[in-house]
Design a protein around this ligand. Structure first.
Ligand code: GDD
Ligand code: MN
Length: 375
């Protein structure tokens, strides 16, 4: 009988080792960039055993089909096709988790990051850095033809993240980096996975701090498709920073929900003033309209920001609104009930009111996250 174990070992030793590098490419509506991307990697990674893992969030433009076609003729190409989820950070995380290679890299799928520096990034991690970052701001790097506003926003975000994370970096907004898979596994459990700043997430999570190597490159113009990181990217960014600072105490979604609720009070008073003072409706009528207005406003904004990854659209927007209104009405009743009870127990009226608001807000948050925006 053949010795099974010996067989396995000898088989293993005859193959020339495993994969060196998994290149993770999050994509959303990048159908015209898939082939270009694979060709670019092919040209850049000459002496490296690599694979490309595209992570597609069910793009309506047929990106996943295109990747499948390419993978049929190129076994180095893999696809992770996600449904019901969106998000650059979580796509990058899942791509890296699917790797068995020694090193993992993340790169944009629109050829704006220069893949030709990947060998240098790999080299610097092999030589002792924990993570190599493709960076636009060191000498030799450039932002290409960015317009002034974008440059300013980027510089501001860089400054804020310096202040809040204390990580010294030239380009903390970069989404282009490479690290050992083992290094990634050390931090992955504590990542927040929110929004699109996966690099910042990794750097602020790692304890002790990672040894960084920055590799400069020129950010290229996008030739095909369009950018997905709209204005709510700024919101995502703030949420990530909040999560990294107080996320252990208060869930960041609750912070967002409460913030929207605060704006809702403001909207309520706007509507009330308009109806009561300006249009001259009765107080009851004005207060009722104002309440409805602020509820719809809260639903709308939470759907856009707080739950942007589970956003409801079309018919589901309407049904979501109904469940939101029902739940928040119960929350309102709990608010008044608790406040009234405490007030009856000789609690100061301000404290009673605040306690009522807190109970109502927590209820609204918990119940709408379970029903209105359930995962
Ligand atoms: N799977 C998935 N899901 N991929 C996504 C999603 C998503 O929800 N949103 C965007 N992507 C993909 C895009 O298809 C693209 O390959 C890459 O992520 C970057 O998206 P862009 O929309 O091209 O981003 P950008 O050019 O504005 O942002 C660049 O600058 C940022 C710094 O300001 C990127 O380099 C970012 O990585 C970088 O953080
Ligand atoms: Mn881009």
């Amino acid at each position: 009988m053949p010795d099974l174990q010996e067989n396995v070992i000898s088989n293993h030793s005859t193959t020339s080792g495993g994969l060196e590098l998994t290149v993770v490419i999050p994509v959303f509506n990048e159908v015209d960039n898939v082939e270009r991307m694979v060709a670019a990697l092919d040209a850049a990674l000459l002496d490296i055993k690599w694979e490309a893992v595209f992570v597609d969030d069910d793009s309506p433009d047929g990106t996943a089909n295109k990747i499948t076609d390419v993978a049929k003729v190129d076994p180095r190409v893999r696809l992770i096709h996600r449904v019901g989820r969106r998000g650059l950070s979580s796509a990058a995380i899942e791509g890296m988790m699917s790797s068995t290679a020694e090193y993992v890299a993340v790169i944009d799928g629109d050829l704006q990051h220069d893949e030709r520096i990947l060998p240098e990034m790999l080299q610097s991690v092999r030589e002792g850095a924990d993570i190599a970052i493709g960076t636009r701001y060191v000498e030799g790097g450039s932002t290409g033809d960015w317009d002034e506003t974008r440059e300013r926003i980027s510089r501001f975000a860089t400054w804020v993240s310096h202040k809040m994370t204390r990580v010294e970096l030239n380009d903390p907004m970069s989404g282009f980096f490479l690290l050992g898979r083992e290094t990634f596994l050390l931090v992955v459990h504590d990542l927040s996975g929110l929004g699109f700043k996966i690099l910042l997430d990794i750097l602020t999570t790692a304890k002790p701090a990672l040894k960084i190597a920055e590799v400069p490159y020129t950010f290229r113009e996008r030739e095909e498709g369009e950018s997905k990181l709209d204005t709510s990217a700024a919101w995502d960014f703030s949420m990530l920073l909040i999560d990294k600072n107080i996320g252990k105490l208060i869930p960041v979604r609750f912070v967002s929900f409460a913030f929207v609720g605060g704006l809702g009070v403001f909207v309520h008073f706007l509507a009330l003033t308009a109806m009561f003072q300006m249009v001259g409706k009765s107080f009851l009528w004005a207060q009722t309209t104002a309440m409805i207005t602020s509820m719809v406003f809260n639903y709308w904004l939470n759907n856009l920001l707080t739950y942007r990854d589970r956003r409801r659209t079309g018919m589901r927007w309407i049904t979501g609104l109904i469940s939101f209104v029902v739940i928040c009405s119960l929350g309102g009743a709990a608010n008044v009930g608790v406040a009234n009870f405490l007030y009856g127990e000789q609690t100061h009226w301000v404290l009673s009111a605040l306690a009522g608001i807190l109970v109502g807000a927590v209820w609204n948050y918990a119940a709408t996250s379970l029903y209105t925006w359930r995962n």
